[in-house]
Design a binder for this molecule. Structure first.
Ligand code: ADP
Length: 260
């Protein structure tokens, strides 16, 4: 619990910091980029100088990308949760994840149980989280392999056994890969903002901390299970949305009963 609190405070501090800084940085970066463009146009006939300027332009673009990610990260507290149909969301998100993202040797499969309970979550953040999980799984399988996105209902009794912080019915969403796995000494660090083992320019270390923020913000729990050389399973447990959240009727305050 202490670790969770520490993590939450750290996330909040970074969110506050980046929210303010990112706007300033973005403005200054635009000045830099515009000046580089002007200089490039004027120095068309000086290849040696242009080459240096071009790499400066690329670096500025990369900074802009990073700032966009930091802003998205900082905006986490502006999440707008709505009740979503999970199966529909998973089908439409995975449809976006085509060959251009996965490469030729990575297979993506959906394994979604029928009659999934609805969950209440920010739809666009949820989409971003799943894309992050799939990109991580892909990166963990340089020689190819299979990613399975699974989802099923988990009744309160089972959820409690999974993690004592889960107090009621939940939906379990999993990303399972057959990749390199997470080293045991890294497993506690992967959700930390800026922790990455990817080469500079490839990883920001913000993906899983965003997933963590999303899941805990929705009252859920995020778990990792990984065996080096065999693969990784990332499991998101999100509480079942209450019926009144769907129909918008006020006053009902009891958790809904199991229909099954
Ligand atoms: P990034 O992807 O930018 O590195 P993340 O926060 O998404 O940032 O991930 C942090 C680190 O966690 C990764 O650099 C990698 O070392 C590890 N990781 C995440 N997902 C997986 C996975 N499916 N298999 C192996 N390692 C993973």
């Amino acid at each position: 619990a202490e670790l969770q609190l520490h993590q939450a405070q750290k996330m909040e501090a970074i969110g506050r910091l980046t929210g303010g800084l990112a706007h300033d940085l973005n403005n200054k970066l635009q000045v830099i980029s515009a000046q580089i463009d002007t200089a490039l146009r004027r120095l068309k006939n000086e290849p040696a100088v242009s080459k240096g300027l071009l790499s400066a332009a690329v670096a500025a673009d990369r900074c802009a990308e990073l700032i966009t990610k930091l802003l998205a990260f900082a905006r986490n507290d502006e999440a707008q949760p709505t009740v979503i149909d999970l199966e529909e969301a998973l089908v439409s998100i995975t449809a976006l994840l085509d060959r251009s993202l996965l490469g030729d040797s990575v297979e993506l499969k959906l394994d979604v149980a029928s009659d999934l309970w609805p969950i209440e979550i920010d739809a666009s953040h949820f989409e971003a989280a799943l894309v992050n999980l799939v990109v991580n799984a892909r990166d963990a399988m340089p020689d190819g392999g299979t990613i399975v996105i699974g989802a099923r209902n988990v009744k309160a009794g089972e959820a409690r056994l999974v993690d004592p912080r889960l107090a009621g019915d939940c939906v379990e969403i999993r990303a399972i890969d057959t990749g390199v796995g997470i080293a045991p000494e890294h497993i506690d660090k992967v959700i930390e903002p800026f922790f990455t083992t990817k080469p500079a320019g490839k990883g920001t270390g913000l993906g899983l901390s965003q997933v963590y923020g999303l899941v805990t913000g929705a009252g859920g729990v995020l778990l990792f299970d990984s065996a080096p050389g065999e693969g990784t399973t990332v499991s998101l447990y999100i509480p079942r949305a209450r019926v009144e959240a769907r129909i918008g009727a006020p006053g009902l305050d009891e958790p809904i009963e199991d229909e099954a």
